[in-house]
Design a protein around this ligand. Structure first.
Ligand SMILES: Nc1nc2c(ncn2[C@@H]2O[C@H](COP(=O)(O)OP(=O)(O)O)[C@@H](O)[C@H]2O)c(=O)[nH]1
Ligand SMILES: [Mg+2]
Length: 339
């Protein structure tokens, strides 16, 4: 049995967690995108993710002349479950092409409402437990809310304070290395404009998530937690062009326009990057033979060279500039080149 790695998608309702996972999944299906590796969805994972993907793409048919609006908080169907037991999780077997799986990736996409003020104790505990257990956390961040009006609506939409509190609780006795990936989504505009605006996006994250990043830097966690930023363009063919200030609550409406033309087509970008980081982190643990890794990779002992090579090649394709960054490396947690 291959070892199972838990990955949790964290973020408030409507920021784009499910869409991010669906677009990552689509990337997994693209021949050649994973080099010699393959990720095969298990059980109902493929069906469910295909549905989400269709919903995501159908957004592009909304509105007039490639112009549509999105109100964060109105997530696509599927993550509004009220019972923690009905939480959506997606399983993939990871292997070299045509070989037996060496790892099982288990993504948990929980309802963002579980971190809201309205969450019940049971819901909170549920997410807390997942956060405790997951080797990798992907925090989805709604970029328009992060950057527009200088981040005025960031707290309402992305809830960085609540997310920070959850990490503080979950990581207070942390015993094992962790990777936290901050993944801004809906960031087409910032990424398309070039290096300078991509770096501004990075700076906004450093500013708005300063409390969280400071916590990760604390002496107890600095060596154990790696933190990376990977902007993902899940649609790739739109950009946020305007914002309508809210009148009745604190949730603004963002207007998107297709780019470069009104009939531009779905063209996701960098959906592979979180996975490259994830894999590099897990492999590094293995190569380091840390306790955690021995546990995880009991079945890796006889890892053959072609598989190792395929993994190293894939993770070397990760981006580290132009808006992408390793904010904290921990104790060389993201450095397989040094091995
Ligand atoms: N413009 C834009 N909208 C997106 C993108 N990804 C998701 N959305 C929309 O944002 C809303 C929330 O997405 P969803 O993935 O359900 O968020 P979740 O609640 O965090 O899982 C939906 O209306 C999506 O159609 C994106 O890349 N660009
Ligand atoms: Mg969702």
């Amino acid at each position: 049995m291959p070892e199972e790695i838990k990955i949790i998608l964290l973020g408030s309702t409507g920021v784009g967690k499910t869409s991010l996972l669906a677009s990552m999944y689509e990337q997994f299906q693209t021949v050649g995108s994973l080099g010699n590796l393959q990720l095969i969805p298990q059980g109902t994972s493929a069906d469910t993710l295909n549905k989400r993907l269709t919903e995501l793409k159908s957004m592009l048919a909304r509105g007039k002349q490639g112009d549509f609006t999105v109100r964060p908080g109105e997530g696509i169907q599927g993550t509004s479950a009220t019972d923690p037991n009905s939480i959506r999780s997606f399983e993939f077997n990871f292997s070299r092409r045509g070989k037996d799986p060496f790892m099982k990736l288990h993504f948990y996409d929980y309802p963002g409402g579980y971190i809201s003020e309205k969450a019940t104790d049971k819901e909170r505990e549920f997410v807390q437990k997942l956060l405790n257990d997951a080797a990798v956390v992907i925090v989805a961040i709604d970029t328009p809310a992060l950057v527009m009006r200088n981040g005025k609506y960031n707290e309402y939409v992305n809830k960085p304070n609540q997310i920070t509190q959850m990490f503080k609780e979950a990581y207070k006795n942390l015993q094992k290395p962790r990777l936290v990936i901050l993944a801004p989504v809906k960031c087409e505009m910032e990424m398309r404009k070039g290096e300078k605006s991509a770096n501004q996006l990075l700076n906004s994250i450093k500013k708005e998530y300063a409390a969280l990043l400071n916590f990760f830097e604390s002496p107890f966690l600095a060596s154990q937690v790696a933190v990376a930023v990977t902007p993902v363009q899940t649609l790739g063919c739109v950009e946020c062009s305007r914002m309508v200030e809210p009148t009745t609550d604190f949730r603004p409406v963002f207007g998107f326009k297709k780019f470069p033309t009104a009939d531009a087509e779905y063209k996701p970008k960098d959906t592979d990057q979180p996975l490259r980081y994830l894999l590099e982190f897990l492999v590094k643990l293995h190569l380091d033979n840390r306790n955690f890794a021995v546990e995880l990779f009991a079945s890796w002992t006889g890892l053959d060279k072609p598989l190792k090579d395929a993994i190293i090649e894939f993770s070397e394709g990760r981006k580290t500039d132009g808006g992408f960054a390793v904010i904290q490396e921990g104790n060389h947690l993201l450095d397989i080149r040094s091995e």
